[in-house]
Structures are given as structure tokens and as C-alpha cells.
Design a protein around this ligand. Structure first.
Ligand SMILES: Cc1cc2nc3c(=O)[nH]c(=O)nc-3n(C[C@H](O)[C@H](O)[C@H](O)COP(=O)(O)O)c2cc1C
Length: 246
């Protein structure tokens, strides 16, 4: 394995491995917009993922309308949690990806619709955007199942979001997962499809070529360089099975 985490497989790195290794979080973007073809490719990849996996929870939305874009950014910055990403209003990406998850119904039957107001067994958020634990009546099995269902839905949605993020990288666009945002305010400012609950957002834009001191260079040195090598997390056929470089 090379120092950058890439894999030696008869001297080859697969296209997917290349995308995984080359993707970095971007908080600074060049002027300009993704093309129709680039956007369609991302949507097609997410649709393909959902069709192949038959996962029902993910709702991935690309925001294009300037009024929706500014409403989401404004809402994301509200409250204490909104202070996490002070660069957000100044980044030049004109598109956003929203990652939503369809939660299970609080009564354990089917998916929850409508989002928003909390009822017993449902998740609540406060104005700071931090999530409280679900309201679990008498610590019942239903409460436990509901929490497990929510966790599962969030994981499914996150997988679909990562497909969007990797597809964007593949077509030369830049992204940055953002969960340090005011989820509840965004849900009020922008109606997620089918009442899905917001998991995370990402700017989607043209990467800047400019180097120098920035949030990106700081996080690259502090976090990105400590990434776990791909060979440690890349399994063949099944988790825990043969590693790719063996
Ligand atoms: C679930 C999740 C949430 C994140 N939330 C934020 C965030 O709120 N603000 C931010 O600047 N970066 C956020 N990031 C990006 C990480 O900071 C980034 O992945 C890390 O700095 C490593 O950089 P790299 O992606 O370039 O390797 C988030 C990443 C993930 C996976």
C-alpha cells in the first residue's frame, strides 16, 4: 500500500478506488455551475443505487432554485449549531444536495409521513438544532424498535448521499458533507419529499483550483490526512471477508 492509502493490485487502482481516494471536502468553490449532464449523472447514480438496493428510506434532493438555496442556507445557520459553519453563506456553490430519510412510523406500521411536529415515540429537535432522544412511552419495545428503525433509515439515507457525493466527484464537482446545521429550521424552510427528515446537506459546485490557507487546507491537515487506509475498510464480497490487497 502506498502512503496515500491507495491499493496495489497488480499496480492498478480501480476507478471506484480512485474516486474514493481523490475525493476531499470542499468549502470553497469557483464561480460557475454544474452542467445539466453532471447533475443528471448524479441523479442517475442515486436512482441506480436505490433500484439496486431497494432501500426505501433515502430521499436525495438537489436544490437549484436560488430562492430555495438561500432559504436553506439561512435556516442552516440559525441557532447555536448554525455557528459551526461560518463559511457557509460565503461559499460560491450554487447548488445544494439535501439528504433526507423516511423515518418509520411511530406506531411501528410503515413510514412516518409529514415530519415536523413531534408526538410520542417520534424524534424531537430543539431550536439549537440538536436532537433529543425519541419520546419513548414507558421504555417499551416499540420505542426500541422505533429507534432502531430511525437509525437504519439514517444509515440508508447516508449511503445514498455518499453515492451522490462520489458521483459528483467522478464528474469533477466538489462537495462537503454538513451535519453541523439547524436541521429543524431547514425542514421548516424547505419541504422535504414525503415528509422525510433531514440528515445532512452538501454544497455542490465547481472546485476551486486556488490553494492557500483556508478551511479546506486546515481540515485537510488536521483530519483528512488521518484517513484510515482504504485497505482497512475495503472488503471483497462480504464485510469481514478477504481484504482487497490480499
Ligand atoms: C456526517 C458528516 C458530517 C459532517 N459535517 C461537517 C460540518 O458540519 N462542517 C464541516 O466543515 N465539515 C463537515 N464534515 C466534513 C468533515 O469535516 C470532513 O469529512 C473531514 O474534514 C475530512 O475531510 P475529507 O472529507 O476531505 O477527507 C462532515 C462529514 C461527515 C461524514
Amino acid at each position: 500500500m502506498k502512503h496515500d492509502g491507495s491499493l496495489h493490485k497488480q499496480g492498478e487502482v480501480t476507478p471506484l478506488q480512485r474516486v474514493l481516494l481523490s475525493r476531499r471536502s470542499n468549502r470553497k468553490f469557483a464561480p460557475g455551475e454544474p452542467s445539466r449532464e453532471q447533475l443528471s449523472y448524479i441523479v442517475a447514480c442515486v436512482d441506480g443505487f436505490r433500484a439496486a438496493t431497494k432501500l426505501e428510506a433515502p430521499r436525495i434532493v438537489i436544490i437549484e432554485r436560488p430562492e430555495d438555496h438561500s432559504a436553506v442556507i439561512r435556516a442552516a445557520m440559525k441557532g447555536l449549531v448554525g455557528k459551526i459553519n461560518p463559511w457557509l453563506p460565503f461559499m460560491k456553490a450554487k447548488h445544494l444536495i439535501l439528504c433526507g430519510a423516511l423515518y418509520p412510523a411511530a406506531d411501528g406500521h410503515g413510514a412516518e409521513k409529514g415530519g415536523g411536529s413531534a408526538s410520542p415515540g417520534q424524534e424531537e429537535t430543539n431550536d439549537a438544532g440538536t436532537e433529543k432522544l425519541p419520546l419513548d412511552s414507558a421504555g417499551s419495545r416499540l420505542g426500541h424498535e422505533y429507534r432502531a428503525g430511525v437509525e437504519r433509515a439514517v444509515k440508508e439515507a447516508s449511503m445514498a448521499m455518499q453515492v451522490a457525493v462520489l458521483a459528483a466527484t467522478e464528474v469533477g464537482l466538489a462537495t462537503c458533507w454538513l451535519a453541523g446545521i439547524n436541521h429543524e429550521r431547514i425542514e421548516k424552510a424547505y419541504q422535504m419529499p414525503d415528509g422525510a427528515r433531514l440528515v445532512a446537506i452538501s454544497p455542490l459546485g465547481v472546485p476551486t483550483r486556488k490553494k492557500g490557507l483556508s478551511w479546506d487546507s486546515v481540515t485537510f491537515h488536521l483530519i483528512s490526512k488521518r484517513r484510515m487506509p482504504l485497505e482497512k475498510i475495503w472488503m471483497r464480497e462480504q464485510w469481514g471477508g478477504e481484504k482487497d490487497d490480499q
